[in-house]
Design a protein around this ligand. Structure first.
Ligand code: GAP
Length: 458
């Protein structure tokens, strides 16, 4: 990104170039929900594929999972979400706008977070009452802060509205892993320590969704839960933490835009918790992933509430495993990748271009196939090349507009290579390949294209 890039610029760019759209836009939009457009879904899928490869497939003691989103109502009681998954909310007495009190306190530099007891956050809220105004009407007259539960209810299976326990949408993806811990043990027979990874959606009734993809009500999490013997959790935590840092570097994030932040206030069951933070344009450093030592809390709770033994028997040594969790928000990482890659560049003679310097494995389209003109059989040759390359890569095809404009369009969505079919092609069966970053061009024989791209894109 350029130094002066703003998040508003990225948000406009994301819409204009088919990466991200507001949900239900033609109806005025729905707060806290976004759709990924044609380029966005490719980038998102590429981030997911890279995460899955490195965190599940390339680790011999990790197993993949895709659990159902609907779960037994007791799950969210056992997990503690029904009783304690809340944010402190206050309401403006003049216009009824709701604010998240911990976030408003943070904005004026007061250390506060959602895990603080209600009386403590209210004491701070009163102490700083004159510094916090309603974002809508500007008045400074609020109700006391009250814990507002973030779980989203559904009416699944409730045909009578007779008041049975609601089936909630998942508040976090990891619960599906804990529910399947025993199934993975019984089917895959792993030795401890082992991990389970999954990418799944989460829903939270966020009081004030804000900052584009950063705080939404529907989002995806990529989680690993690592099951270890008690006493070995600290060592596992440090190893996992180091691996997660490396993953972000391999994703192409500049380490100067990354940092670790340790939690001051731990939830009562956690032994340690660190966040990976990214330096977003405009927003500054903020959390993109949490790495948590959850102790034996989750399996103990589910064993208690379900009545099923969830201990591990390691040759007669029976214990409830500790869990080290990594939980990454895909929307936030998508935004970080986009911000990191986005660049406006001055070219020679006052020319300018916007280029997404995405790593080739993340780029939505790998190759743009461009016949120089619509005539003289050039599109036919181009179509043949397109058909061959699209067997292996996501390839685009464009025939309209000047070749310069088509190059610029490919640069804007981060396409690493443009392949032009011109009149020379008819003579010698070669094409021009232009590199997105250097803008250098070279001639390559059509026969050699599969080998050429195998080397460049593998
Ligand atoms: N199972 C642990 C867990 O859910 P979390 O810190 O609440 O922990 C993990 O969430 C990650 O999920 C965060 O680091 C963030 O990237 C993402 N996340 C959480 N709430 C979000 C929201 N409202 N919108 C977008 N992403 C969110």
């Amino acid at each position: 990104m350029n130094k002066e890039t703003t998040m508003n610029e990225i948000i406009s760019f994301a819409k204009e170039k088919g990466f991200v759209f507001q949900s239900s836009e033609i109806y005025g939009g729905l707060a806290g929900a976004y759709d990924f457009g044609p380029n966005g879904v490719e980038l998102l899928n590429n981030i997911k594929a890279f995460w899955w490869k490195e965190n599940v497939q390339k680790k011999p003691n990790y197993y993949g999972l895709d659990s159902a989103m609907f779960k037994h109502p007791k799950v969210w009681e056992a997990s503690g979400h029904v009783g304690g998954f809340s944010d402190p909310m206050a309401e403006c007495k003049n216009c009824n706008t709701r604010i998240r009190v911990d976030k408003e306190l943070e904005k004026i530099g007061v250390a506060a977070d959602e895990k603080m007891p209600e009386d403590e956050i209210n004491r701070l809220f009163q102490e700083h009452a004159e510094e916090i105004s309603c974002p809508k009407c500007g008045k400074q007259d609020f109700s006391d802060a009250k814990a507002f539960n973030l779980l989203v209810k559904s009416n699944l299976g409730d045909f009578t509205s007779a008041g049975s326990d609601p089936v909630y949408l998942p508040g976090e993806a990891c619960q599906g892993i804990y529910l399947n811990y025993k199934n993975v043990l019984d089917s895959m027979h792993p030795k401890i320590p082992f991990g389970i990874g999954q990418i799944n959606k989460a829903f939270r009734n966020e009081i004030s969704p804000r900052n584009f993809l950063f705080r939404t009500r529907e989002f995806e999490q990529a989680d690993t839960q690592f099951f270890v013997e008690p006493g070995k959790n600290k060592e596992a935590f440090d190893t996992i933490k180091a691996a997660r840092w490396q993953w972000y570097l391999d994703l192409g994030i500049n380490p100067k835009n990354l940092r670790w932040s340790q939690h001051d206030n731990l939830v009562f069951y956690a032994a340690d918790a660190w966040d990976v933070e990214y330096n977003f344009p405009t927003y500054g450093f903020d959390e993109i992933e949490g790495v948590h030592d959850r102790t034996d809390y989750d399996l103990t709770q589910h064993a208690k509430h379900s009545g099923v033994d969830l201990s591990f028997n390691d040759n007669g040594n029976k214990f409830t495993p500790y869990i080290v969790e990594t939980s990454m928000g895909l929307g936030r990482v998508f935004l970080a990748v986009l911000a990191e890659a986005y660049q406006r560049e001055e070219l020679a003679e006052g020319d300018e271009r916007t280029v997404l310097r995405l790593q080739p494995n993340l780029a939505p389209t790998k190759i743009a196939v461009l016949p120089l003109t619509k005539k003289d059989g050039l599109p036919d040759i181009a179509q043949d090349i397109y058909a061959t390359l699209s067997e292996t890569y996501n390839v685009s095809y464009a025939v309209s507009g000047s070749i310069g404009k088509r190059y610029r369009k490919a640069d804007q969505i981060g396409t690493p290579f443009c392949l032009t079919i011109d009149y020379e092609t008819k003579d010698d069966n070669t094409v021009t390949i232009r590199d997105r970053d250097s803008m250098q061009q070279e001639r390559v024989a059509i026969d050699e294209l599969p080998e050429y791209f195998r080397n460049k894109l593998s």
